[in-house]
Design a protein around this ligand. Sequence first.
Ligand SMILES: [Zn+2]
Ligand SMILES: [Zn+2]
Length: 361
Amino acid sequence: MHEIVVNLHMHTVYSDGTGTHKDIADAAIRAGLDAVIVTDHNVLVQGLEGYYRISRNPSTPLRKSRVLLLVGQEVHDQDRDPQKNHLLVFNANRDVSTLADDPQTLINGVNEAGGLSFIAHPRDPEAPAFKETDISWEAWDVHGYTGIELWNGLSELKTLVPTRLHGAFYAFFPQFIGHHPILEVIQRWDDMLAEGGRVVAIGGSDAHALNMRMGPLQRVIFPYTFHFRTVNTHVLIPEPLTGDVPADKRMIYEALAAGHCFVGYDLPASTRGFTFKGRGLESSVVMGDEISARRGVTLQSHLPQPAEIRLIKDGKTINIWKDSQACAYTAIEPGAYRVEAWRTYLGVKRGWIFSNPIYVR
Ligand SMILES: [Zn+2]
Ligand SMILES: [Zn+2]
């Protein structure tokens, strides 16, 4: 398996972002990403997918770098008030925004179009100081979607800004924002896993590169480069990226569909190199896969740096390894086993890595 770092869920001038696809590609190269997935609201922008190289002030080391830019969309019913139920759609062969008035019809349409769907910012509270409404997911009776956006950079910010002054603080010191996914979202994911569901978790930035004006001050807050160094989805693909757009796109989406990925908060330290594997009697698997419980499964995880490792089965923490870089556990009982890693950054313990589960059946 080959690991690539992907940032997904972001907006351009085609919806409510301020940057272009080219700006995003530049920022992604500067941040060292392998791929980005742009998801403008209710529009599938055609003809811009491909490998990009740096376009502005190319310095020698970066000129050789390239990034794969893919285009999906974020769909919701714009006639609904409040405008809840946002769905991230990847790899659909057509614009599905016309199906937005019913979430289940939309998910079915994505499946028919060969796409993947992820519930975006499942819990997204209001932020009255900024006149931002609650746009959480409400239609929890839906089925057939690929997974959920476990960690969304913007939803977390909305939990932190009771006043505009708080907003100004985080605009200038965005490194203080990221703590962990909203706990209610983790709980909901665990509940679904405990009931036997297979739900892929991804992390999204929801980058907009917004312009903020406060008195005489104007600046771009949370620029794309900041987001791209923050919450990323690390994807495990069978071969290194080849440079062939259709082939590479297929590998990435197949891996996301299979849950061969983890959410990494790369700002405190890069999460590149994290692994979570299971070895049973007859087979070996990675996160996202299913394996037989017969005669036990050895679960092993390795971190790029020491941290607190937590092993969670069906929502219950069953083991903690403090200040460790690796751990092993023999799973006898069936269940969904996943790993979290936590570390202290800027004086606060923060979620660092959230793996997808290994499903021991
Ligand atoms: Zn949204
Ligand atoms: Zn969004």
